[in-house]
Design a protein around this ligand. Structure first.
Ligand code: KIV
Ligand code: ZN
Length: 391
C-alpha cells in the first residue's frame, strides 16, 4: 500500500493593506487599517504587509501602529532599494516582535531601460546594497525583482543569487503585470530551483496580478512547482485588475488537498467575515458570483440542482458554506426552482402542506417568479396564507 504524501505548509503573505490599498478608491484610514490588520491576524495569515512607509505620513503611521499592536503575525513594510526608504520602513517596523523588510527593484529589460535607465550591473549592485541595508536592521528580509516574470532567465538567476547571498531570506517572483500563464510560472520557479545554487537558503514566494484573470491559477502553479509563500489579498483587490484572492488560493489548496498536498494556517471559517469587513471598509463591493465569498457562491436556484442538494449535498457542493463562514447553503427560490425546494422552504417556515396545497401554491409561485427576480420568504408566506384562507 502506498503511503499518502505528506503535506507542506504554505505561508500566506497578505498584502491587502499595501497592494490591495493600491486599488483605485480603496484607501483606508488609520483606524480602518488597524481593524483590518487585526482581522487578518485572527484569520491566521503568516505575514501582513501593512504598507509602504515612505509613501505618505499616513502609511508610515499605520505600519507603525500595526507593528506596535497586532500580535501573532509578522508585520512587513515595503521599501525601494534605497537607504531612505529602508530606514523609514525600519523606523515604522522596529517595535513589532516579528518584522520583515520587503525591498524591491525592477529587473526586466523594459523596466531597466525605460523606467530605471540602469544597466544590469547597476541593478545587481543596487539590489545587493538594498538587501544588505535591510539585513542590517532585521533578520527577515524579502527581495522582489519587480516584473520578474518578464525578466530574462539568466539575469533573473543572477539577481536572485546575489540577493540571497546579501541576506534575503525570501525571494519573491512577482508577475507584476499579470502577463504569465500557469505553465510559464511553474517553469520559471523550477528553473530558479535548478539553476540558482543558493536557492535553498531562501523561501521562494509568488505574487501574481490578475490582468488576464490568471492570478489564482498562477499562484497555485508556483506552489506546485515548489514556492513556499503566496502573496495575495482579501477579495483579490489590488492594482488594476487586482491580486490573487486569498480566499480562493486557500480554499483551492484545502478542497483539493488530495491533489496539492499543501496546507495553510488559515482559519477558513473567518473568510466570509473578513471579506465583508474589507468590502465595507474599502467600499469595493464583492461581485455576487465571486468564488468562495460571493453571495451566490453557495446558492442554488435550478430545480434539478435543488432536488440533488436536498437528497445529498455533495451532488452540487464541493465545499460546505459553513467551512468558509456562511451560515448555510442558500436554496434560492426563483423561476428555475422546483417543488422539492418550495416544500422544503415551506417546512422551514413552519407549514406542513398537503400534496394538493403544495400543487396549488407551486402554480402561484411560478407565476410570481416570472415577474420577480427574487422570491423572499415573505412572498412564500403570503402565497401559503392565501391558499389556506381560500380552502
Ligand atoms: O506587483 C509587484 O511587482 C509588486 C512588488 C512591489 C512586489 O507589488
Ligand atoms: Zn503587486
Amino acid at each position: 500500500m502506498s503511503a499518502e504524501p505528506s503535506s507542506r505548509q504554505i505561508r500566506i503573505f497578505d498584502t491587502t493593506l499595501r497592494d490591495g490599498e493600491q486599488s483605485p478608491g480603496a484607501s483606508m484610514n488609520l483606524n480602518e487599517k488597524l481593524e483590518v490588520a487585526q482581522a487578518l491576524a485572527d484569520l491566521g495569515v503568516d505575514i501582513i504587509e501593512a504598507g509602504f512607509p515612505i509613501a505618505s505620513p499616513g502609511d508610515f503611521e499605520a505600519v507603525k501602529q500595526i507593528a506596535q499592536t497586532v500580535r501573532g503575525v509578522t508585520v512587513c513594510g515595503l521599501a525601494r532599494c534605497n537607504d531612505k526608504d529602508i530606514d523609514r520602513a525600519w523606523e515604522a517596523l522596529k517595535h513589532a516582535p516579528q518584522s520583515r523588510i520587503h525591498v524591491f527593484l525592477a529587473t526586466s529589460a523594459i523596466h531597466r531601460e525605460f523606467k530605471l535607465r540602469m544597466t544590469p550591473d547597476e541593478i545587481v549592485q543596487r539590489a545587493v546594497a538594498g538587501v544588505e541595508r535591510a539585513a542590517s536592521y532585521c533578520d527577515d528580509v524579502e527581495f522582489s525583482p519587480e516584473d520578474a516574470c518578464r525578466t530574462e532567465h539568466d539575469f533573473l538567476c543572477r539577481v536572485v543569487e546575489a540577493a540571497i547571498e546579501a541576506g534575503a531570506t525570501t525571494v519573491n517572483i512577482p508577475d507584476t503585470v499579470g502577463y504569465a500563464t500557469p505553465g510559464e510560472v511553474s517553469d520559471r520557479i523550477r528553473m530558479l530551483r535548478d539553476r540558482v545554487p543558493n536557492i535553498d537558503k531562501a523561501v521562494i514566494s509568488t505574487h501574481c496580478h490578475d490582468d488576464l484573470g490568471m492570478a489564482v491559477a498562477n499562484s497555485l502553479a508556483a506552489v506546485e512547482a515548489g514556492a513556499g509563500q503566496i502573496e495575495c489579498t482579501i477579495n483579490g483587490i489590488g492594482e488594476r485588475a487586482g491580486n490573487a484572492a486569498l480566499e480562493e488560493v486557500v480554499m483551492a489548496m484545502r478542497t483539493r488537498s488530495d491533489y496539492f498536498h499543501l496546507t495553510t494556517g488559515i482559519d477558513t471559517k473567518r473568510l466570509v467575515p473578513t471579506s465583508r469587513l474589507v468590502s465595507t471598509t474599502t467600499g469595493i463591493a464583492v461581485q455576487r458570483n465571486k468564488a468562495i465569498v460571493g453571495r451566490n457562491a453557495f446558492a442554488h436556484e435550478s430545480g434539478i440542482h435543488q432536488d440533488g442538494m436536498l437528497k445529498e449535498r455533495s451532488t452540487y457542493e464541493i465545499m460546505s458554506p459553513e467551512d468558509v463562514g456562511f451560515a448555510k447553503t442558500d436554496l434560492v427560490l426563483g423561476k428555475h426552482s422546483g417543488r422539492a425546494a418550495l416544500a422544503d422552504r415551506a417546512r422551514e417556515l413552519g407549514f406542513q402542506l398537503t400534496g394538493e396545497q403544495l400543487q396549488s401554491v407551486f402554480a402561484e409561485f411560478k407565476q410570481l417568479a416570472d415577474k420577480k427576480k427574487e422570491i423572499y420568504d415573505g412572498d412564500i408566506v403570503a402565497l401559503i396564507g392565501q391558499e389556506i384562507s381560500d380552502a
